[in-house]
Design a protein around this ligand. Structure first.
Ligand code: HEM
Length: 502
């Protein structure tokens, strides 16, 4: 039934849902109005809570968007499986979150509750409070990886060329998400683990499968009643074996590097995590492996999904191919190869695709570690969550004029395409910017440190596609996304025709 109900744009799904509502939910709600027996009232309340959580899993995006438009900028509450979520969206509230101390609001606790790393990440149980063991991962990604990007260019281009050629050797139409995921995993593998491990097929298979295992494993555990979580969680590693394989593979390499006197020659995330780890109380190889595994999980899935949506949008709006090609065939591309940044029209196109089809419609999740009061008096009790309704904000006409219209150059300098006035009231902006109306990367000191890598990888893959193909969806009319909780995901089986460029 679960699979039947995963929402696509199909009317069958809506029909199934109405049937469930008619059979279970409505009678229960009705019964609860009349029943006096305290035990029955308790049972019905539990069933009602379960149904509400189930509804959230299927319709989170719509529920949040509806509540956002009614709230008109004020905080509002939504009941989600993990907790009651207090959504805030004004600049003042966002600033309150950004300025909260590490012992007040915690992204780490919220992520732990969602991902259940104790069962899905080989037993890693990170601290609730950020910074207890340093934040070397931020310097690793935000500074060291970003600065290293131009030196990765040759390797990245070879990976993209080779994988497209292999995939399209015998056929033009391929599953877009699978191809993108394979290429993104390879590029991320090069950045995270270095060339040798990236070329180890077995290790990379485990690394790719591990990301999926964390997603599905944590979702299965989230569907269970609390008392069953440790029981099912304890047997889960027997089925989700990739977490152990990835961990063991990483520990072996890290131990070698810790023993070796000239490991400084490595330029990858493993090495930078080693170099930035606490000096006073040195980490074991296992602790370093856990850190790498935690950030590896955040890396591949969101990036591959967001890039797949860029491809869908390019197929739906082929009129952008010509100006984007003109840009990549101009001297702007040399600057991009040299610095890893630039290509402002492509940058705006990527940003507009992420606005139209954001992977996540909720961001900046924080769990209150103690009572927290926003500057307007809105209060969170210990254990409550707050978040930002980013999906709804990206379609808000007070923030984005004509929000339902795809405007690929909305964020670019208008002079670049012969206009004088910017569509956006705040003027041109970059994909990687963090602004009050662009909360895609989160907020404050926890803004995504991997966003420069995201932009770099997306641009390289798009560059290759624009240089070589005229892409088109095999089935233009079929829905190409599904939603689960607050996530939008590529619909399985969506194929793209990569016709060689005319
Ligand atoms: C399209 C892809 C991505 C999106 C939309 C995205 C978005 C986000 C968001 C919303 C946050 C939370 C910020 C907050 O709560 O304030 C975050 C945190 C984070 N992201 Fe990303 N991210 C993406 C890809 C990546 C990649 C590729 C990496 C690694 C290379 C990465 C590494 C991280 C890390 C380590 C954090 C935690 C930051 C901290 O705790 O200080 N992300 N990201």
């Amino acid at each position: 039934m679960l699979l039947l109900l995963v929402k696509s744009d199909h009317s069958v799904t809506l029909g199934s849902w109405l049937a469930v509502l008619a059979c279970y939910a409505l009678p229960l709600w009705f019964m609860s109005l009349r029943i006096q027996n305290p035990w029955l009232v308790k049972i019905i309340a539990t069933v009602k809570a379960r149904i509400s959580k189930f509804i959230y899993r299927l319709w989170a995006k719509e529920i949040i968007r509806d509540a956002y438009s009614k709230a008109r900028g004020q905080p509002f509450n939504v009941f989600a499986p993990e907790s009651r979520l207090t959504f805030v969206s004004s600049a003042e509230h966002i600033n309150d979150i950004a300025r909260a101390a590490n012992d007040e609001l915690s992204l780490h606790s919220a992520s732990k509750a969602l991902l259940k790393p104790g069962y899905t990440m080989n037993g890693f149980n990170w601290h609730d409070q950020r910074g207890v063991e340093g934040i070397g991962f931020v310097r690793t990604l935000r500074t060291l990886l970003t600065n290293h990007l131009p030196r990765m260019t040759l390797g990245v281009r070879v990976i993209i060329d080779r994988n497209f050629a292999m995939e399209l050797e015998k056929k033009e139409a391929v599953n877009a998400f699978s191809l993108i995921k394979r290429i993104v995993t390879k590029i991320s593998g090069l950045a995270f683990f270095g060339r040798d491990l990236m070329e180890d097929e077995e290790f990379m298979r485990a690394a790719l499968k591990y990301n999926e295992d964390v997603l599905y494993g944590s979702e299965v555990l989230g569907l269970l009643p609390k008392f069953l979580v440790p029981i099912v969680g304890a047997v889960m590693p027997r089925f989700l074996t990739c977490q152990e394989k990835l961990y063991n593979g990483l520990v072996e390499v890290i131990e070698q590097r810790l023993r070796s006197s000239n490991s400084e020659g490595h330029e990858d995330v493993i090495q930078w995590i080693i170099n930035t780890s606490p000096k006073a109380t040195p980490w074991s190889a296992g602790r370093i492996a856990y850190e790498v595994m935690a950030i590896w999980f955040g890396s591949v899935h969101g990036l591959s999904t967001a890039l797949t949506f860029v491809l869908y949008n390019l197929c739906a709006h082929p009129e952008y191919i010509k100006p984007l090609r003109a840009e990549i065939e101009s001297s702007a591309v040399d600057a991009f190869f040299m610095t890893g940044e630039g290509l402002p029209l492509l940058d705006s196109f990527l940003k507009e695709c992420s606005r139209m089809t954001p992977v996540e419609s909720v961001t900046t999740r924080r769990m209150a570690l103690k009572r927290f009061t926003f500057s307007d008096g809105t209060r969170l009790e210990k254990g409550d969550w707050t978040c930002i309704p980013v999906g709804a904000m990206l379609k808000d006409d007070t923030l984005y004029p004509q929000p339902d219209e795809f405007n690929g150059f909305r964020f670019a300098d208008p002079k670049l395409f012969g206009e004088t006035k910017s569509v956006q009231p705040e003027g041109p902006s970059k994909f990687t910017d963090v602004l009050d109306n662009w909360q895609v990367w989160g907020t404050g000191k926890m803004t995504c440190p991997g966003r420069f890598f995201v932009s770099y990888v997306m641009k390289h893959i798009m560059l290759h596609i624009l240089e070589n193909y005229d892409p088109g969806l095999v089935n233009e009319k079929a829905p190409n996304t599904i939603t689960w909780r607050s996530l939008t995901l590529p619909r399985p089986g969506v194929k793209i025709n990569f016709r060689p460029r005319e």
